[in-house]
Write a protein that binds this ligand. Sequence first.
Ligand code: C2E
Ligand code: CA
Ligand code: CA
Length: 419
Amino acid sequence: MNDPNATITLPAGSAIFEEGEPGTVAYLIVAGRAAIFLRRDGIEQPLAERGPGEIFGEMAILDSGPRPTSARAIEDCVLVPISEAQIENRPLQADPILRLCLGVVMARYRDAIALLKPHAPAVTARPVAVEPSPALKADFQAAISVVMMERALRRALDRNEFELFLQPIVRLGTETLAGFEALIRWRHPEQGLVPPMTFIPVAESSGLIVEITEWVVSEVGRIMPEIMMAALQNPGAAEGPLFLSINVTGYDLARASFPAMVAEMLRSTGIAPATLKLEITESTVMRDPAGATEALSVCREAGMGIAIDDFGTGYSSLSYLSKLPITTLKVDRAFVRAMLTTPCNRKIIQTILVLADELGIPVVAEGIEAPAEAAALAEMGCAYGQGYLYGCPVPLADTLALIRNWKAAGGDAPQIAAA
Ligand code: C2E
Ligand code: CA
Ligand code: CA
């Protein structure tokens, strides 16, 4: 904020902006005072004064309309401009409900100012109904769908409409089963199977993800014994106990009770902690590195595995890798998909494998669809693979059948129809 290159110095009396101009910046006042005013019949009508630590000119950049007022420095001013681009990526802009509320407040504020203007109808007159802008209409629609989705998710939790699908993770060398990733599905009564990417973001922004993750954890407690039993029925399928990976978000880790909640499920079911892995993306970790590190450390100390998901696509701040108690890196399928055609992707995978080797942890390559990809990854020293080549995510019953019928290297790995 005190970066001298980012400040503007204006002598007292300078105009800062004029009513009706397009507004592209707001101003934070570091020093001095500014007057906000309207001109009525050539006479200035003061509206407000702003001083150090205050902001002005924010309206035009928040709703992209013309400046509703004018502003002038009434003392020597030092100002920090805030651009539209700086506002654009803030969480407020990402959340349609907050954006709608803001849009409505702005529209009403603009109406109120319009009533003070020279050509405005008398203050006692009813303001003319203003047609909402297309942007406001779009925000309105987006906010409605988020609210509806939140309600539907809450109902889905109450009515037990979620289901865990499971996708195999194999040892690339021997093509034996190593474990499964649990991937949530919503069996919607009318819409059928809803994929997670359509509801997880809303579950996160509404906080419902916490209850959904709790459901996932308890469901793992229910299905894990069945998976272990199926593995016992086909001793050639795996080389050791199968693990189960679940996806965890920063919202889950932010709750102090998260590690205890998972530990309690493990204790009450007698499931070995080492057979549960928590998958977490780099971007989630980077939102609150200290909090995430603390929660994951407690889980790791309790014996659970910690995998970094979609590795290579997020912030990729390597400094956190040394601090987090990571036991696995999962290379994003974007790199795997393009590895045979784009040498650069192959090099990125190679680099991740070297990095993981230095850290002493294995790598899971995601999204393997072709035998040639599996062969290339195995040759490069990648220990584990996951993808449609070995099986799509499928319900528990199909997963149990897959384990019982699994044939390791030498036979053909079974293919399961897409879910
Ligand atoms: P993810 O954790 O990266 O999960 C892998 C996704 O890649 C899954 O999509 C899976 O079906 C898909 N996939 C696996 N193999 C292949 C392949 O060979 N080719 C292609 N094209 N895709 C493949 P899905 O199940 O739709 O899940 C999407 C995302 O939703 C997951 O990405 C994860 O971020 C999130 N998610 C899923 N279940 C949960 C959950 O229980 N909790 C949370 N918080 N997030 C979840
Ligand atoms: Ca995952
Ligand atoms: Ca992934």
